[in-house]
Design a protein around this ligand. Structure first.
Ligand code: GTP
Ligand code: MG
Length: 209
């Protein structure tokens, strides 16, 4: 992947980032899009958008990240918009905050309630690994198991100490997966298209009433 600006952007991937307040969603998306860990962040209200253009298989893809609010009162009015035409989901929890781990099934449930299909790629990020404790290690094992059960890649990450390559790997692999999936769907679509002869037959037999 590289970022040659002269190519035409043909596709946009919408990725939503979900998780409790303070787990590091804004920091993570900021790092991926700018290469910098933000010195200071405020609680996200509603949603913040961040974008980055990457190349996958010779195609220029716009990665549009929806950095959602973790606090219920800041997300209420936006929830419907988060889930419209989503291509992938990133769940984040904070390894030092057990309750953010316990909330993960609720975030998954919210996805289900908003009809996010099971084949929509998703990943789980255990953030703030620079602040490891014994309790954190226990939740990590549980989180790894949760990810396995839901067939999600699992990443241990410190947005604060992590390098750009690691954060790129998390998001770019997801984008590649989306592209592969969409490629297959396009192929399947083609195979269902009628040949000209079949179209003709269909016209003859169609009823105008
Ligand atoms: N030590 C450490 N701190 C981090 C890390 N990632 C984020 N933080 C800090 O955690 C705090 C909250 O980070 P945000 O990125 O604002 O969290 P958020 O999930 O966007 O929070 P909401 O917008 O309220 O939902 C900030 O003070 C960040 O600097 C990390 O990997 N390690
Ligand atoms: Mg935020």
């Amino acid at each position: 992947m590289d970022t040659c600006e002269s190519w035409i952007v043909r596709r946009t991937c919408k990725i939503i980032v979900l998780g409790d307040a303070g787990v590091g969603k804004t920091s993570l998306t900021h790092l991926y899009c700018t290469g910098q860990f933000p010195e200071k962040t405020d609680s996200t209200i509603g949603v913040d958008f961040r974008e980055r253009v990457v190349h996958v298989g010779g195609e220029k893809i716009k990665v549009q990240l929806w950095d959602t609010a973790g606090q219920e009162r800041f997300r209420k009015c936006m929830v419907q918009h988060y889930y419209r035409n989503v291509h992938a989901v990133v769940f984040v929890y904070d390894v030092t905050n057990v309750s953010s781990f316990r909330s993960l099934p609720l975030w998954m449930e919210e996805c289900q309630q908003h009809l996010i299909k099971l084949d929509v790629p998703r990943v789980l990020v255990a953030n703030k690994t620079d602040l490891m404790t014994k309790t954190a290690a226990t939740t990590i094992e549980q989180a790894r198991h949760l990810a396995e059960v839901h067939s999600m890649p699992f990443y241990l990450y410190s947005t604060k100490n992590g390098n750009r390559e690691q954060v790129d790997a998390i998001f770019n692999k997801l984008v590649q997966q989306i592209c592969r999936q969409r490629g297959k769907e396009a192929e399947a679509d083609k195979s269902f298209k009628l040949t000209p002869k079949e179209e003709e037959k269909k016209e003859k037999w169609s009823c105008n009433c």
